[in-house]
Design a protein around this ligand. Structure first.
Ligand code: AMP
Ligand code: MG
Length: 384
């Protein structure tokens, strides 16, 4: 059955449109600036729907994985199936909801699935996608294995500074996924090279602050959906669909009271450098190490004040690892830059060209953080 047979039953949220000033050469001299309405509410509703369904798919696979025996835990195929399944599902939902000029930059492609032995995995992925896409009654569809492969491969766009491009990490933090820890489905939309909306589905993130473990929600509930549209703020709602609340980054101004996030995996970020930075700032709390863009989500609601990411030499950051997280934090009042203080540039294709690393905090703390980062990088280089 073709993707066009998908049947929509979901509702888009009503939000006031965001207005951007658009200057024409004549407006520069005499006429007033032209106001152009740029609401992305339809796209945001589609993105939330797609990410929530993908989260359900991943939860199902992770649950089975964690219940399995040691031998099958060492088998990496569950993450493979969930990764491709999440990408196929998100791609199918977006193409159905927003078919015009569809372009998707995503982490996976079907090359490996076409190799010997791939057919069985494709069949497992297809079953999972079909079960998940129909799970809440929004769609009535049966995708074929070819539909699924096509949906995965529609993520081969190069992105860039022209037009609109969806940006997807179908499972960000696969190591966390395998450990039973944090991971995220991260989806953003670029328009003219800028991130205009972002959605982070974090199935294992507690609904209440992870910095105050004694203040659990009534049943220690987990599963958060963060979403942001340019000019519209950041919201968080439970993945089960109950109502959304507006979130803000922390108002902490004193670096000594700040706490910071970093990667769980030492291979993804230099823990010794962040420790030096924290020492210079006088940060007392130990680092909070969690996987994936759940760090951006947690920071957007004030669970911690700072996120430090310093990949080892030679690693190039990909846009899908930061696009959704970046807008979720900036719309909540935070600042995201590279170590030289430059905003991240998502307009240059699949890669981000960042200087040394990525730093995230609130407006008040950024000058202190920036100085500590500069000094620490210099010191580290001198000691080598
Ligand atoms: P995190 O969970 O924050 O450590 O980040 C997870 C993401 O790091 C993955 O989705 C990968 O795309 C990315 N990644 C993979 N290898 C590296 C590396 N060597 N350095 C930095 N990031 C990496
Ligand atoms: Mg990733």
């Amino acid at each position: 059955m073709s993707l066009n047979c998908l049947r929509l039953v979901c509702h888009s949220i009503k939000k006031p449109p965001v207005f951007h000033l658009s200057y024409s050469p004549s407006s520069y001299s005499s006429s007033p600036a032209v106001l152009v309405s740029m609401s992305y509410s339809k796209e945001l509703a589609a993105a939330k729907k797609a990410a929530s369904l993908a989260a359900r798919l991943c939860q199902k696979v992770q649950k089975a994985l964690l219940q399995s025996d040691v031998q099958s835990k060492n088998d990496k195929s569950p993450v493979t199936v969930a990764d491709y399944g999440s990408q196929a599902l998100v791609s199918s939902v977006l193409q159905q909801e927003i078919p015009a000029d569809f372009s998707l930059v995503a982490e996976e492609d079907s090359k490996d699935l076409r190799k010997d032995g791939g057919q069985e995995i494709v069949e497992r992925i297809t079953k999972l996608v079909n079960d998940s896409i129909t799970s809440d009654g929004s769609y009535n569809v049966t995708l074929s294995t070819e539909d699924v492969i096509k949906a995965i491969d529609s993520g081969r766009s190069e992105g860039g500074s022209q037009g609109r491009h969806w940006v997807l990490d179908p499972i960000d933090g696969t190591k966390g996924f395998l450990r039973g820890d944090q991971y995220a489905i991260a989806l953003a939309l670029l328009d003219g090279g800028k991130v205009v909306l972002g959605v982070l589905a974090c199935p294992n993130l507690p609904l209440t602050s992870i910095s105050a473990p004694d203040q659990h929600s009534p049943n220690n509930e987990v599963g958060c959906l963060f979403f942001a549209e340019v000019g519209g703020g950041t919201y968080m709602q439970p993945l089960d669909g109950s109502s959304a609340v507006k979130v803000q980054v922390t108002a902490v101004e004193n670096p000594e009271e700040a706490s910071f996030f970093e990667s769980y995996e030492a291979a993804h970020s230099m823990h010794d450098l962040s420790s030096l930075i924290a020492q210079k700032l006088g940060v007392k709390a130990p680092p909070v190490r969690i996987d994936s863009q759940a760090k951006y989500g947690a920071l957007s609601r004030g669970d911690g004040a700072i996120y430090l990411r310093f990949p080892h030499k030679g690693y190039r950051e990909k846009i899908w690892d930061h696009a959704a997280g970046c807008i979720v934090v900036t719309e909540a009042g935070g600042v995201v830059t590279d170590a030289a203080g430059k905003p991240l540039d998502f307009s240059r294709g699949n890669y981000l060209d960042v200087d040394t690393g990525i730093i995230v905090t609130n407006q008040k703390l950024m000058p202190f953080l920036f100085n500590a980062v500069r000094e620490s990088i210099k010191e580290k280089a001198a000691s080598l």
